[in-house]
Design a protein around this ligand. Structure first.
Ligand code: NAD
Length: 258
């Protein structure tokens, strides 16, 4: 039975009620996990208030600001985990960023700054977070990140984010190899396109979704809840033999040739 009772799960990447991380947090909570939340702070504290209100029904026992570009905030986040929880079982890395100007037009026009920013936030942050999580996962653990097909095949306008996701999927494998001896499993879910704040920055996201609805074996794209359910499985003992993998939760789209 899928049971996460007694597990402590730190969830990153909730921006609003459309966020994939919100679907994941709800399903982890439904399976019995204790939830901690990190959010990207803004100057006026608006994000904090909004996300606190949204996540209140899950009674998070940790709620901390964490911009992954800020080393002090990252360190403070995991210090809080250490102080309040003492250990960590589950880490959900569900964040990414690329400037809107990088997500349309010619890939060859990607700027140096845009490339660095996209890979720092979307790719490097996973290994950084894993290195903080490693000493806290004293009973083993599960790390799950979110990727997309655009990291293995060319998807129009996905551009630099495709490079970031390719790097992310390889990061999963290197981390899985390193952390396996601590019984820490590291996997990625490759989700089909879902309308969210981040995906709305990609040129033609609605066309992408319509195309998936036409081509995918299930005749539709997926929901945040479906991604959340697959994540809960990967974090549970039911997936104890699975590490270093990319699990497609995409209504079957990736198997199609035409
Ligand atoms: P979202 O906008 O709801 O989530 C993106 C999150 O990244 C936000 O919570 C944002 O605050 C956070 N973030 C951005 N920069 C950050 C930083 N510097 N520090 C900390 N957090 C930061 O969108 P989403 O679609 O739910 O994206 C979540 C993950 O799912 C991303 O990795 C995305 O690439 C991936 N994904 C999305 C889709 C899709 O179609 N929506 C498909 C496959 C994979």
């Amino acid at each position: 039975m899928l049971n996460l009772a007694g597990k402590k799960a730190l969830v990153t990447g909730i921006a609003n009620n459309r966020s994939i991380a919100w679907g994941i947090a709800q399903q982890l909570h439904a399976a019995g996990a204790e939830i901690g939340i990190t959010y990207l702070p803004d100057d006026k504290g608006k994000a904090e208030r909004k996300i606190a209100e949204l996540t209140e029904p899950l009674s998070p026992s940790l709620f901390v600001p964490c911009n992954v570009q800020n080393d002090e905030q990252l360190e403070a986040t995991f210090q809080t985990v250490q102080d309040k929880w003492g250990s960590l079982d589950i880490l959900i890395h569900c964040l990414a960023f690329a400037g809107k100007e990088e997500l349309t037009g010619d890939f060859s026009k990607t700027s140096r700054a845009g490339f660095s920013q996209a890979l720092e936030i979307s790719t490097y942050s996973l290994s950084q977070m894993a290195s903080f999580a490693k000493p806290l996962m004293t009973n083993g653990g599960s790390i799950v990140t979110l990727t997309y097909l655009g990291g293995v095949r060319v998807v129009p306008n996905y551009n630099v984010m495709g490079i970031a996701k390719a790097g992310l999927e390889m990061t999963v494998r290197y981390l899985a190899a390193e952390l396996g001896k601590e019984n820490i499993r590291v996997n990625a879910i490759s989700a089909g396109p879902i309308r969210t704040l981040a995906s709305s920055a990609i040129g033609g996201i609605l066309d992408m979704i319509h195309h998936v609805e036409e081509v995918a074996p299930l005749g539709r794209t997926v929901t945040q809840t479906e991604v959340g359910n697959a994540t809960a499985f990967l974090c549970s003992d039911l997936a104890s033999g699975i590490t270093g993998q990319v699990l497609y939760v995409d209504a079957g789209y990736a198997i199609m040739g035409m």
